[in-house]
Design a binder for this molecule. Structure first.
Ligand code: FAD
Ligand code: 2HG
Ligand code: ZN
Length: 523
């Protein structure tokens, strides 16, 4: 048996360790609206694409929108308000040129806007919290931005059935907090929770940190109300768990990225909030150890396992360097471990759950698969242990430009993709770092490469090479972030021509004039 450099620290000790440096998870607004510094080049210039045959916004259109939305602040214009925060994506990699942002407060207003836009061939870009990572949430040319931020009412929470009904503009974190007060939990959690909206989450079919436990949003959504391109309101806002009355229309909008309709209301099945929670942060020497831990966690922790995430030393390094998040598990010589694993459990009986977690950790220590570890059961310590994992995305932005990849791969190949990328880019002077992290439980790797600014030579080394690797492994070129603008033309690596043709037929049926989020998602 291998000797361990240190032992696992159980709750009391972890509290002491964590007091030293880590900060709570990000809950602040991630993008300051109207910030005009460091703007990326216009998308239409960087990528050679032609504008669709849509009308250009006129004063007459604007006057009509002002009549439709009389309340103050519902119609913003580039001239009066500065629209950079709506035209530029969170990553600051794409930039549209919209002249107007509309902020409806009711489904009727959304319907009236879309009816008018359809009749006048005006293109529309639906927008939630603008935290999307594939350039889907901002215009490419001068599409009208339809911001859902004013539709943020919680309609009802049924504590007995665990059902939430709310408007699509509700921010995820606010909903999670509201549900927690009622003993319920939102089955979705992600680092952008302080800004992203449930409508955006559904439209991207966001995966996040708890998919392993609660499954994808396809399973949690109970119903939806959405408005089609011509203004028709489709009310399938069921609160029932079972409803087999024909085609399951709400599923059409899950992951449709604003191209089939604008989501106005949603209902979800919400599980009970676990009475006891624990998080362990573990340090491993190899990815093989990470996978071994995952197999053991599935077997040993079984029904209480709620997340199994990993990040590598380079990810920990970027969070330390730019956000000051120091690892509580540095080696004795002060260096990072090659890999970190975050295991989260949630159950109903603290004693039983802790016994299970301790038994699992002891077993892993004795096999030498874990080199060091710390564990927390108190909410503030749990948050602190999540901090590095949740804020890697934010930290990477400080390097400059981020080439972001979000792929599904067979677990055995997951980290090989990071190593192969490092090899491929080795010696390229422009590359700052290559990091790998992600949702081991979902076979989802986040591969990120950074450089001080965008370099075509780096992009050319990465694409189509990476898509070919993913396709050869029968993986997915977009595991959870969606297609948006950035991946539209490479969908063929993951979908057959027949499947793409059916997507096109659905788009043409629901949005015959193609006004909803043009240039996105559908090749
Ligand atoms: P936006 O970014 O505004 O829009 C996303 C897409 O949905 C666009 O195509 C837009 O047109 C469309 N849309 C938005 N609202 C509506 C609506 N009401 N009706 C119709 N279409 C609409 N994703 C994950 O899957 N897992 C993660 O763990 C994760 N972590 C993240 C962490 C950070 C720090 C950041 C910045 C992003 C992360 N994301 C993650 C990306 C992710 O897709 C989202 O943050 C989220 O789901 C998008 O919601 P949003 O409200 O910001 O939507
Ligand atoms: C996460 O899991 C998000 O943290 C973002 O999906 C991933 O930045 C990324 O690549
Ligand atoms: Zn993710």
């Amino acid at each position: 048996m291998r000797r361990l450099s240190r032992a696992i620290h159980l709750p009391a000790a972890s509290a002491k360790l964590l007091a030293r440096g880590t900060t709570p998870t990000t809950t602040t607004t991630l993008f300051a609206r109207g910030n005009s510094s460091g703007l990326p080049p216009q998308t239409a210039e960087r990528y050679a694409i032609a504008r669709g045959k849509f009308q250009v916004l006129s004063q007459q259109h604007l006057d009509h929108f002002r009549r439709l939305l009389p309340s103050s602040g519902s119609v913003l214009t580039a001239e009066e308000d500065g629209l950079d925060g709506y035209n530029v994506d969170w990553l600051k990699t794409v930039r549209g040129q919209s002249r107007v942002v509309l902020k409806p407060s009711t489904t009727e207003e959304v319907s009236a806007i879309l009816r008018y836009c359809s009749e006048h061939s005006l293109a529309v870009c639906p927008q939630g919290g603008n935290t999307g990572l594939v350039g889907g949430s901002v215009p490419v040319f001068d599409e009208i931005v339809l911001s859902m931020s004013r539709m943020d009412k919680i309609i009802s929470v049924d504590e007995i059935s665990g059902t939430l009904v709310c408007e699509a503009g509700c921010i995820l974190e606010r909903i999670s907090d509201h549900l927690a007060e009622k003993g319920l939990r939102m089955p979705l959690d992600l680092g952008a929770k302080g800004s992203c909206q449930l409508g955006g989450n559904i439209s991207t079919n966001a995966g996040g940190l708890r998919l392993l436990r609660y499954g994808s949003l396809h399973g949690s959504i109970l119903g939806a109300e959405f408005v089609m391109a011509d203004g028709t309101v489709i009310d399938v806002l069921s609160e029932m768990r079972k409803d087999n009355t024909g085609y399951d229309l709400k599923q059409l909008i899950v992951g449709s990225e604003g191209t089939l309709g604008v989501v106005t209301k949603l209902s979800f099945a919400c599980p009970p909030k676990p009475a006891s929670e624990a998080v362990a942060l573990l340090a491993c020497d190899s990815f093989e150890d990470v996978l071994c831990l995952f197999r053991e966690a599935r077997q040993g922790l079984a029904e209480i396992l709620s997340a199994f995430e990993f990040y590598d030393a380079a990810s920990a390094g970027v969070a330390r360097e730019h956000l000051g998040l120091s690892s509580p598990l540095l080696r004795d010589d002060g260096t990072e471990s090659p890999f970190y694993v975050l295991v989260e459990t949630g159950g109903s009986n603290a004693r039983h759950d802790e016994e299970k977690v301790h038994a699992f950790l002891e077993r892993m220590l004795s096999t030498g698969r874990v080199q060091n570890g710390t564990m927390a059961t108190e909410p503030s310590k749990i948050k602190a242990l999540w901090a590095t994992r949740e804020r890697i995305t934010e930290a990477l932005l400080h390097d400059g430009y981020v080439y972001k990849y979000d792929v599904s791969l067979p677990l055995r190949d997951l980290y090989g993709a990071v190593e192969a990328t490092r090899e491929r880019l080795a010696g390229h002077p422009g590359v700052t770092r290559v990091v790998g992290f992600g949702h081991v439980g979902d076979g989802n790797l986040h591969l990120n490469i950074t450089s001080p600014q965008y370099e075509e030579a780096i992009a050319d080394l990465l694409e189509p090479w990476l898509w070919e690797q993913v396709a050869a492994a029968r993986g997915s070129i977009s595991a959870e972030h969606g297609v948006g603008f950035k991946k539209r033309d490479v969908l063929g690596y993951s979908k057959s021509p027949e499947a793409l043709s059916l997507m096109r037929q659905l788009k043409d049926t629901m949005d015959p004039k193609g006004i909803l989020n043009p240039y996105k998602t559908v090749p």
